[in-house]
Design a protein around this ligand. Structure first.
Ligand code: ZN
Length: 302
Protein backbone atom coordinates (compact mmCIF):
# COMPACT_ATOMS: atom_id res chain seq x y z
CA UNK A 1 0.00 0.00 0.00
CA UNK A 2 1.20 3.47 -0.85
CA UNK A 3 -0.55 5.21 2.04
CA UNK A 4 -1.73 8.79 1.74
CA UNK A 5 0.03 9.65 -1.51
CA UNK A 6 -2.29 10.17 -4.49
CA UNK A 7 -1.36 7.64 -7.15
CA UNK A 8 -2.31 6.92 -10.74
CA UNK A 9 -2.18 3.65 -12.60
CA UNK A 10 -0.97 3.53 -16.19
CA UNK A 11 -1.26 0.55 -18.55
CA UNK A 12 0.79 0.39 -21.75
CA UNK A 13 -0.36 -2.00 -24.43
CA UNK A 14 2.78 -3.06 -26.26
CA UNK A 15 3.59 -5.56 -28.97
CA UNK A 16 4.97 -8.15 -26.56
CA UNK A 17 3.32 -7.35 -23.25
CA UNK A 18 0.96 -5.30 -21.15
CA UNK A 19 2.91 -3.18 -18.70
CA UNK A 20 1.49 -1.27 -15.75
CA UNK A 21 3.02 1.30 -13.44
CA UNK A 22 1.60 2.87 -10.30
CA UNK A 23 3.09 6.35 -9.94
CA UNK A 24 2.58 9.61 -8.11
CA UNK A 25 2.60 13.13 -9.49
CA UNK A 26 6.41 13.32 -9.35
CA UNK A 27 6.80 10.20 -11.48
CA UNK A 28 7.94 8.03 -8.59
CA UNK A 29 7.08 4.40 -9.39
CA UNK A 30 5.51 2.48 -6.49
CA UNK A 31 4.78 -0.79 -8.25
CA UNK A 32 5.04 -2.26 -11.74
CA UNK A 33 3.60 -5.35 -13.37
CA UNK A 34 3.88 -7.09 -16.72
CA UNK A 35 1.60 -9.57 -18.47
CA UNK A 36 2.97 -11.09 -21.70
CA UNK A 37 0.65 -10.82 -24.69
CA UNK A 38 0.08 -13.55 -27.26
CA UNK A 39 0.02 -12.47 -30.90
CA UNK A 40 -3.22 -14.29 -31.78
CA UNK A 41 -5.23 -13.19 -28.75
CA UNK A 42 -8.92 -12.59 -29.41
CA UNK A 43 -10.75 -9.63 -27.89
CA UNK A 44 -11.86 -11.68 -24.86
CA UNK A 45 -8.39 -13.18 -24.28
CA UNK A 46 -6.91 -9.70 -24.45
CA UNK A 47 -9.47 -8.33 -21.99
CA UNK A 48 -8.67 -11.24 -19.65
CA UNK A 49 -5.02 -10.08 -19.80
CA UNK A 50 -6.18 -6.58 -18.79
CA UNK A 51 -8.15 -8.07 -15.88
CA UNK A 52 -5.06 -10.03 -14.88
CA UNK A 53 -2.82 -6.97 -14.73
CA UNK A 54 -5.41 -4.93 -12.81
CA UNK A 55 -5.67 -7.73 -10.22
CA UNK A 56 -2.03 -7.17 -9.37
CA UNK A 57 -2.97 -3.72 -8.07
CA UNK A 58 -6.16 -4.75 -6.28
CA UNK A 59 -4.79 -3.77 -2.86
CA UNK A 60 -3.85 -0.26 -4.06
CA UNK A 61 -6.12 2.79 -4.02
CA UNK A 62 -5.25 4.74 -7.16
CA UNK A 63 -7.30 7.70 -8.34
CA UNK A 64 -7.29 7.05 -12.09
CA UNK A 65 -6.35 4.52 -14.74
CA UNK A 66 -4.74 5.62 -17.99
CA UNK A 67 -4.32 3.36 -20.99
CA UNK A 68 -1.83 3.91 -23.80
CA UNK A 69 -2.16 1.87 -26.98
CA UNK A 70 -0.99 1.89 -30.56
CA UNK A 71 -3.75 3.17 -32.84
CA UNK A 72 -6.11 3.30 -34.45
CA UNK A 73 -8.54 3.87 -31.60
CA UNK A 74 -12.08 5.05 -31.14
CA UNK A 75 -11.34 7.75 -28.62
CA UNK A 76 -14.99 8.40 -27.74
CA UNK A 77 -15.93 4.78 -27.04
CA UNK A 78 -12.54 3.72 -25.68
CA UNK A 79 -12.16 0.94 -28.25
CA UNK A 80 -9.00 -0.36 -29.91
CA UNK A 81 -10.19 -0.59 -33.51
CA UNK A 82 -7.29 -2.73 -34.75
CA UNK A 83 -3.76 -3.56 -33.70
CA UNK A 84 -0.70 -4.23 -35.85
CA UNK A 85 0.75 -6.58 -33.22
CA UNK A 86 -2.41 -8.23 -31.89
CA UNK A 87 -3.95 -8.95 -35.25
CA UNK A 88 -7.17 -10.57 -34.02
CA UNK A 89 -8.28 -7.54 -32.01
CA UNK A 90 -11.32 -6.00 -33.62
CA UNK A 91 -13.25 -3.12 -32.07
CA UNK A 92 -11.99 -4.19 -28.66
CA UNK A 93 -13.82 -2.36 -25.83
CA UNK A 94 -10.82 -1.87 -23.55
CA UNK A 95 -12.04 1.20 -21.65
CA UNK A 96 -15.60 -0.09 -20.97
CA UNK A 97 -13.99 -3.33 -19.74
CA UNK A 98 -11.68 -1.53 -17.28
CA UNK A 99 -14.52 0.75 -16.25
CA UNK A 100 -16.57 -2.36 -15.34
CA UNK A 101 -13.78 -3.40 -12.96
CA UNK A 102 -13.04 -0.09 -11.24
CA UNK A 103 -14.93 2.96 -10.04
CA UNK A 104 -12.14 5.47 -10.77
CA UNK A 105 -12.00 7.44 -14.05
CA UNK A 106 -10.37 5.65 -16.97
CA UNK A 107 -8.45 7.63 -19.61
CA UNK A 108 -7.33 6.43 -22.99
CA UNK A 109 -4.98 7.68 -25.65
CA UNK A 110 -2.58 6.50 -28.31
CA UNK A 111 0.96 5.61 -27.34
CA UNK A 112 2.66 8.57 -29.03
CA UNK A 113 0.41 11.00 -27.15
CA UNK A 114 1.13 9.18 -23.89
CA UNK A 115 4.87 9.33 -24.57
CA UNK A 116 4.52 13.09 -25.14
CA UNK A 117 2.78 13.57 -21.82
CA UNK A 118 5.43 11.45 -20.06
CA UNK A 119 8.19 13.61 -21.52
CA UNK A 120 6.29 16.76 -20.55
CA UNK A 121 5.88 15.79 -16.91
CA UNK A 122 9.01 13.76 -16.22
CA UNK A 123 11.45 13.97 -19.10
CA UNK A 124 13.12 16.21 -21.65
CA UNK A 125 9.92 18.20 -22.19
CA UNK A 126 9.67 19.59 -18.65
CA UNK A 127 8.79 23.27 -18.61
CA UNK A 128 8.02 23.47 -22.34
CA UNK A 129 5.04 25.63 -23.37
CA UNK A 130 4.61 23.98 -26.74
CA UNK A 131 6.21 20.58 -26.86
CA UNK A 132 6.34 18.29 -29.89
CA UNK A 133 7.42 14.70 -29.26
CA UNK A 134 8.29 12.29 -32.06
CA UNK A 135 8.35 8.57 -31.30
CA UNK A 136 10.80 6.99 -33.71
CA UNK A 137 10.21 3.25 -33.53
CA UNK A 138 8.40 0.64 -35.61
CA UNK A 139 6.26 3.53 -36.84
CA UNK A 140 6.54 7.32 -36.51
CA UNK A 141 4.23 8.85 -33.91
CA UNK A 142 3.85 12.51 -33.02
CA UNK A 143 2.31 14.20 -30.00
CA UNK A 144 1.82 17.84 -29.04
CA UNK A 145 1.49 19.13 -25.49
CA UNK A 146 0.21 22.71 -25.61
CA UNK A 147 0.52 24.65 -22.36
CA UNK A 148 0.39 21.43 -20.35
CA UNK A 149 -2.48 19.87 -22.27
CA UNK A 150 -2.35 17.09 -24.78
CA UNK A 151 -3.74 18.16 -28.13
CA UNK A 152 -6.25 15.54 -29.29
CA UNK A 153 -8.15 17.21 -32.10
CA UNK A 154 -11.89 16.94 -32.64
CA UNK A 155 -12.35 13.20 -32.03
CA UNK A 156 -8.99 12.34 -30.53
CA UNK A 157 -7.01 11.43 -33.60
CA UNK A 158 -5.15 14.72 -33.98
CA UNK A 159 -1.41 14.74 -34.60
CA UNK A 160 -1.14 11.66 -36.78
CA UNK A 161 1.64 13.70 -38.33
CA UNK A 162 3.78 10.67 -39.17
CA UNK A 163 1.37 10.31 -42.08
CA UNK A 164 1.97 13.76 -43.50
CA UNK A 165 2.89 13.37 -47.16
CA UNK A 166 6.49 14.46 -47.58
CA UNK A 167 7.35 12.73 -50.87
CA UNK A 168 4.69 13.06 -53.59
CA UNK A 169 4.01 9.63 -55.13
CA UNK A 170 6.62 8.23 -52.78
CA UNK A 171 6.98 4.88 -51.05
CA UNK A 172 3.87 2.99 -49.97
CA UNK A 173 3.14 3.47 -46.27
CA UNK A 174 1.50 0.94 -43.94
CA UNK A 175 -1.53 3.25 -43.86
CA UNK A 176 -2.15 2.67 -47.57
CA UNK A 177 -1.06 6.14 -48.67
CA UNK A 178 2.18 7.06 -50.45
CA UNK A 179 5.07 9.23 -49.38
CA UNK A 180 4.24 9.55 -45.67
CA UNK A 181 7.13 10.45 -43.36
CA UNK A 182 6.60 7.10 -41.62
CA UNK A 183 7.31 5.26 -44.89
CA UNK A 184 10.89 6.58 -44.61
CA UNK A 185 11.89 7.40 -41.03
CA UNK A 186 10.69 4.43 -38.95
CA UNK A 187 12.00 0.89 -38.57
CA UNK A 188 9.47 -0.30 -41.14
CA UNK A 189 10.40 2.56 -43.45
CA UNK A 190 14.17 2.21 -43.21
CA UNK A 191 14.08 -1.57 -43.69
CA UNK A 192 11.54 -1.30 -46.50
CA UNK A 193 13.48 1.35 -48.41
CA UNK A 194 16.72 -0.62 -47.90
CA UNK A 195 15.02 -3.73 -49.30
CA UNK A 196 13.93 -1.78 -52.38
CA UNK A 197 17.54 -0.79 -53.07
CA UNK A 198 19.19 -4.13 -52.35
CA UNK A 199 16.60 -6.91 -52.30
CA UNK A 200 17.90 -7.77 -48.83
CA UNK A 201 15.66 -8.30 -45.82
CA UNK A 202 17.03 -7.03 -42.53
CA UNK A 203 15.41 -8.16 -39.31
CA UNK A 204 15.74 -5.07 -37.17
CA UNK A 205 16.88 -1.46 -36.97
CA UNK A 206 20.14 -2.36 -35.22
CA UNK A 207 21.24 -4.42 -38.25
CA UNK A 208 20.43 -1.45 -40.47
CA UNK A 209 22.37 1.05 -38.36
CA UNK A 210 25.31 -1.39 -38.11
CA UNK A 211 25.44 -1.32 -41.92
CA UNK A 212 25.39 2.49 -41.86
CA UNK A 213 28.30 2.45 -39.40
CA UNK A 214 30.22 0.10 -41.69
CA UNK A 215 29.62 2.60 -44.56
CA UNK A 216 27.39 0.27 -46.58
CA UNK A 217 26.42 2.63 -49.41
CA UNK A 218 22.72 1.66 -49.84
CA UNK A 219 22.22 1.87 -46.06
CA UNK A 220 23.93 5.28 -45.86
CA UNK A 221 21.84 6.59 -48.77
CA UNK A 222 18.64 5.22 -47.25
CA UNK A 223 19.35 6.96 -43.93
CA UNK A 224 20.36 10.21 -45.64
CA UNK A 225 17.12 10.42 -47.59
CA UNK A 226 15.05 9.38 -44.56
CA UNK A 227 16.74 12.12 -42.52
CA UNK A 228 15.83 14.65 -45.18
CA UNK A 229 12.21 13.45 -45.04
CA UNK A 230 12.17 13.71 -41.23
CA UNK A 231 13.66 17.22 -41.41
CA UNK A 232 10.85 18.29 -43.73
CA UNK A 233 8.24 16.78 -41.43
CA UNK A 234 9.81 18.83 -38.61
CA UNK A 235 9.78 21.90 -40.83
CA UNK A 236 6.04 21.43 -41.42
CA UNK A 237 5.41 21.00 -37.69
CA UNK A 238 7.57 24.00 -36.79
CA UNK A 239 5.76 26.18 -39.32
CA UNK A 240 2.32 25.00 -38.15
CA UNK A 241 2.79 24.99 -34.41
CA UNK A 242 5.86 27.08 -33.52
CA UNK A 243 7.02 24.77 -30.70
CA UNK A 244 9.68 25.82 -28.22
CA UNK A 245 10.95 22.26 -27.95
CA UNK A 246 11.03 19.09 -30.03
CA UNK A 247 11.98 15.86 -28.28
CA UNK A 248 12.85 12.65 -30.10
CA UNK A 249 12.18 9.36 -28.32
CA UNK A 250 12.00 5.67 -29.25
CA UNK A 251 14.31 2.88 -30.34
CA UNK A 252 15.73 4.67 -33.40
CA UNK A 253 17.15 7.41 -31.17
CA UNK A 254 19.74 4.91 -29.89
CA UNK A 255 21.55 5.63 -33.16
CA UNK A 256 20.86 9.37 -33.28
CA UNK A 257 24.61 10.09 -33.50
CA UNK A 258 24.26 8.93 -37.12
CA UNK A 259 21.63 11.51 -38.12
CA UNK A 260 20.89 14.17 -35.47
CA UNK A 261 23.42 16.79 -36.64
CA UNK A 262 22.29 16.44 -40.24
CA UNK A 263 18.64 16.60 -39.18
CA UNK A 264 19.24 19.89 -37.35
CA UNK A 265 21.25 21.26 -40.25
CA UNK A 266 18.52 20.56 -42.84
CA UNK A 267 15.81 21.96 -40.55
CA UNK A 268 17.86 25.10 -39.97
CA UNK A 269 18.37 25.53 -43.72
CA UNK A 270 14.65 25.27 -44.42
CA UNK A 271 12.73 26.75 -41.49
CA UNK A 272 12.15 30.46 -40.93
CA UNK A 273 14.93 31.70 -38.61
CA UNK A 274 12.34 33.21 -36.26
CA UNK A 275 10.92 29.72 -35.75
CA UNK A 276 14.27 28.00 -35.48
CA UNK A 277 16.24 30.36 -33.26
CA UNK A 278 14.39 29.69 -30.01
CA UNK A 279 13.73 26.02 -30.66
CA UNK A 280 15.42 23.22 -28.73
CA UNK A 281 15.65 19.92 -30.60
CA UNK A 282 16.94 17.06 -28.53
CA UNK A 283 16.87 13.34 -27.89
CA UNK A 284 15.32 12.20 -24.62
CA UNK A 285 17.50 9.83 -22.67
CA UNK A 286 15.22 9.17 -19.73
CA UNK A 287 12.45 7.11 -21.36
CA UNK A 288 9.77 9.01 -19.45
CA UNK A 289 7.22 8.07 -22.09
CA UNK A 290 6.41 4.83 -20.27
CA UNK A 291 4.87 6.91 -17.46
CA UNK A 292 2.68 8.94 -19.79
CA UNK A 293 -0.34 6.61 -19.67
CA UNK A 294 -0.58 7.08 -15.91
CA UNK A 295 -0.17 10.85 -16.37
CA UNK A 296 -3.38 10.94 -18.47
CA UNK A 297 -5.17 11.08 -15.10
CA UNK A 298 -3.25 14.12 -13.87
CA UNK A 299 -5.52 16.53 -15.72
CA UNK A 300 -8.19 16.10 -13.09
CA UNK A 301 -5.83 17.63 -10.55
CA UNK A 302 -4.77 20.70 -12.53
ZN1 ZN B 1 1.07 6.72 -43.81
Amino acid sequence: MVGQVTTHLGIDIGGMSLKAHLIDRTGKIYRSATVPTVADWSNSEFLNGITEILKQFSDESYTSVGVGTPGPVDFEKGFILRSANLKNLDNCPVVPHIQSLTSVPVYFNNDANCASLGEYYFGAGKGSEDLIVLTLGTGLGVGWVHKGKLYNGHLGNGMEAGHQTIVLNGALCGCGSRGCAEAYFSTRGLLGRYREKTGKDLTNAKDFFDLVRSKDVPAVETLEFATEVLAHLLKNLVHSINPDRIVLVGGLTNSSDLYLDRLKHILKENAFPVLWEHLRLEVSSVGAGILGAAALGFKEEV
